[in-house]
Design a protein around this ligand. Sequence first.
Ligand code: PMP
Length: 504
Amino acid sequence: MRLQIERNSDVPMYLQLRDSFREGILSGELPGGTLLPPERKLAEELGVNRSTVVKAYDELKAEGLAEGFVGRGTTVLSQLFPRSGDEPVMPLPWNQLLNEDSASPNGSIIRDMMRDAGGQDRISFAGGIPDASLYPVDAVRTVARTLLSEDPRSLLLPSPVHGQECLRESIARYLLTRHVTVSGSDVFVLAGSQQGLDYAARLLLRPGDTVVVEDPTFFGAIQSFRTAGARVLGVPIDESGIRTDILDVVLQRYRPRLIYTLPTYQNPTGVTTSAERRRELLRLAWKYRVPILEDDPYSDLSYDGTPPPSLFATDPSGHVLSLGSFSKTLFLGTRIGWIVGARRVLDAFCRMKQYTDLHTNTPAQFLLDRFLREGHYAAHLRIVREQYALRRNAMIRALEQFAPPGVNWNAPAGGYYIWSRLPPSVDVSRLAAAAARRGVSYLPGNAFFADGAQGTTHMRLCFAAEPEDRVREGIRRLMEAVGECSRDGRARTLEHAGAANPVV
Ligand code: PMP
């Protein structure tokens, strides 16, 4: 069977490959039991990334056309046409039945990251996940024991849709540190801020509406907006945050329904929007009457000085909805986030929550409430801030030592990420595989752009998840991979002092 890939086609290569195999299987050219070519070998033959073949095979498996077992490769299903009488029964075309954008280049990033998060040997700069070895397990044990001994039954009862009163009050008290003055009844508890992104997208955007995001921005938000059928428009950011001069033009021309911003220690760039740009951003939102969705999960992770107040705190007009989360500072697994904003919107969130998951997990809410109330959160923040600052410094030092000429990066004042740009001489299509061979992973920059064709020469490097020695070793290996993928050999010289320049 002849496999052909058209590189200039609008159809992603893995879908082309899937379609060729599908045709072969359905026509009987590839009968049940046929072993499909090994992923690596086929990728080499076709001159594509191995992940292209993996994704094509995953699609065939999802459609019920093939099955795969670790170590045994991928095989065409032998029960493909079970017969009922003489009529062949075709497998269901799940891809066509599902109402989702399976061709989205960002489709599987979060899933892949969550899977990789468990790996022990790989040095991962890819995830945006706190280091579990720093988890305050003793405090969790004490709090959990107290809760269980006091009133175990209440931990197992359902919660109010908008969240447990005690936790809402604790979050309101905590928000004073972000200069936000609200009462507990103004706080809506979410199962992580990702749920807030999904609700905001579904409630504020109709199919075809435009939403403005920073370019680059958090890919989970891009996914939520796209899933709601919205058109995602990126406005570039520089080292002072979103380019409000460009935003002005975009607001005028496209009349978007929502502006999504990460003003403090942005994901993926680490950039903090300046006071002047914040003022301008608000002024524009007021002028064009557009709501702003502020996403603020990183501001407690400040390493140089204090973070600016939340954007919500500086907007007396009620244009800003503000999302927060304990996922980056404490633990991802409890899935506790929140939103504050206009009452009318929170009422709509309340209805949406009833339709989707009724309420956020009760024991996690009580746990987080006690954690805040008894001062464990503040104590834990002191530890992680100190540790993550050391890791950030270690990453910058390692980049200075090992980055080949032409590689740039920034030095963020907080958060999780260093944003790095590679010179054009590096063949980025080979880099992820070259890094993986050395046991290192990172996230390619294009995942963070509204237009996935941009950002291919950028890398997001999370410094928080690995201890200093592994950060250093990981950067050494990654930069060795960069050297290997250099087309003209210029980027091969290691031990070169690179530059902490603005790269956004
Ligand atoms: N927003 C941003 C900017 C993030 O980086 C993340 C996590 N990667 C989230 C929202 C989602 O966080 P969670 O749902 O765990 O609160």
